[in-house]
Each structure stands twice: as structure tokens, then as C-alpha cells.
Design a protein around this ligand. Structure first.
Ligand SMILES: C[S@@+](CC[C@H](N)C(=O)[O-])C[C@H]1O[C@@H](n2cnc3c(N)ncnc32)[C@H](O)[C@@H]1O
Length: 228
């Protein structure tokens, strides 16, 4: 699970106590993911999952796209917010955690709403080009490689419907982005955050939910190509 920079564990407990509690399927997935040990840390925080569900419901999302499935906590949260007939397409380069994810999705009764793709991102969005425009998208790739994140962003923004919402996770990099001399992945995260902020096609805000969630809305008054 992600860190919560700058938040005491007491405040975090209070915050969690005021989010809708995990369902039995979510609880099982939290436990199954934690049982993976260190590798189980990357899943999104529960309150981020509640936020994803609420957002999917609020905008009546019918087509959702996600980068970074892992054990499927965020996929499950997104799928829970969808009405009948709506779909989440989710991609991961690795198939290692597919069984854990699919078991939880089945237990939650949302497996039929999820289309899972395993393989490199390149070309995957192209394969979705016969689909309508995307209502809601999440980029949740763990170790940030700026190129991947910016490539995902650039592939997604033109495919978002006007008014569609795009989320990116881990925007605070455990608080390291606020340091004078950021270390580790933070310089790459800062570069990506700056890329999002400078994109005139969207309006965005960085929310301190979990390890940071950037929420961007595809503008309805800027439908053209990005100027060079
Ligand atoms: C932070 S985890 C995703 C967590 C997941 N959203 C959840 O809530 O459980 C990131 C995932 O992105 C995948 N990933 C990283 N780089 C990738 C890439 N370039 N293409 C596709 N998947 C990638 C990793 O295999 C990993 O499973």
C-alpha cells in the first residue's frame, strides 16, 4: 500500500474510519495482496478506491481504461462504480498477479465488467480505437519511468471524451516531490506532474489522497490538437 506523506497514523486511522468500509471482497483482496509481502505494497490505498468508485458513479462512466492492474484493487473499485453494460479495460505488462485479481473480481460480482489485457502498453490503446471515447482513465504504474507515464498520458488525452476524467496516482512520491533536492523517483514524478500541469487540454488538481492523486478533466472548450 502507498504511504501517506505528512499524515500521522492517528489521522490516517480517523480518515479511514470515515471512508466507506471495504466490502468482504475488498477485505479479502487487501489481505491477499498484503500476504505477498513487499511486492504487495503497490496497491492503491482504500480511500483512493472509494474515491474511484464515487467518481465512476458521479460521471456515469461507461468506458473506463486503466494502466497498472497488479492484484486488481483499483480495477475492482472502478468496476464497482459502473452501471450494467459498462466496461473497465485494464492493462498490465505482467500476468503474475492475474489469479489473485480475477478471484476478487469474481467474488465481488464484477468480473463480467472487466476486460483484462496482459502485455506492453504500446499498441494496446490502438486496439481500443474502435471503442467510443473514454469516460474515465487511471494511470497507476508503480516505478515511474517518465517516458511510460508521458506516453500513456499522450495516448489517453485525445481518446478522452470532452468532460472525461483522467487520474494519475503516486503524485506525491511519499512526500519527496516537495523536497528541495528530491531523490529516487521524485524527479521523474515532478517532471510528469509538470507535464500534466502544462497541458492546456485539461484542467487538473493534485489531491492529497493516499500518496497523491492527480485529477484532470478533459476540457470541453479545447478540443483541438496541442500546439507544438
Ligand atoms: C502500482 S501497481 C498497480 C496497482 C493496482 N492499480 C492496484 O490498485 O492494485 C503497478 C503495475 O503496473 C505495471 N506496470 C509497470 N510498468 C508498466 C508498463 N510499462 N506497462 C504495463 N504495465 C506496467 C506493473 O507490472 C504493476 O503491476
Amino acid at each position: 500500500m502507498t504511504e501517506h506523506p505528512g499524515m500521522s497514523s492517528r489521522l490516517r486511522d480517523y480518515l479511514l474510519a470515515h471512508a466507506e468500509p471495504p466490502t468482504p471482497a475488498q477485505r479479502g483482496l487487501i489481505e491477499a495482496t498484503a500476504a505477498l509481502g513487499d511486492v504487495g505494497r503497490p496497491r492503491i490505498a482504500h480511500e483512493q478506491g472509494v474515491f474511484l468508485t464515487l467518481l465512476a458513479q458521479a460521471i456515469d462512466a461507461t468506458l473506463v481504461v486503466e494502466f497498472g492492474t497488479f492484484t486488481g484493487y483499483s480495477t475492482l473499485a472502478l468496476a464497482r462504480g459502473l452501471a450494467a453494460g459498462s466496461v473497465v479495460y485494464t492493462n498490465d505488462v505482467s500476468s503474475e498477479w492475474t489469479c489473485v485479481a480475477r478471484q476478487a473480481w469474481a467474488e465481488a460480482g464484477v468480473l463480467h465488467r472487466i476486460r483484462q489485457h496482459v502485455g506492453p502498453i504500446a499498441g494496446w490503446l490502438g486496439a481500443l480505437s474502435d471503442q467510443p471515447l473514454i469516460d474515465l482513465a487511471l494511470i497507476d504504474l508503480a516505478a515511474i519511468a517518465t517516458g511510460d507515464h508521458i506516453d500513456c498520458w499522450e495516448a489517453l488525452v485525445p481518446r478522452m471524451r470532452p468532460g472525461g476524467m483522467l487520474l494519475t496516482s503516486r503524485s506525491l512520491c511519499a512526500g519527496e516531490v516537495g523536497q528541495d533536492q528530491p531523490t529516487g523517483a521524485a524527479p521523474a514524478v515532478r517532471e510528469f506532474n509538470a507535464h500534466v500541469l502544462s497541458d492546456e487540454r485539461v484542467s487538473s488538481v493534485l489531491l492529497p489522497v493516499g500518496d497523491g492523486l492527480t485529477l484532470a478533466r478533459r476540457r470541453t472548450d479545447f478540443l483541438g490538437m496541442r500546439p507544438e
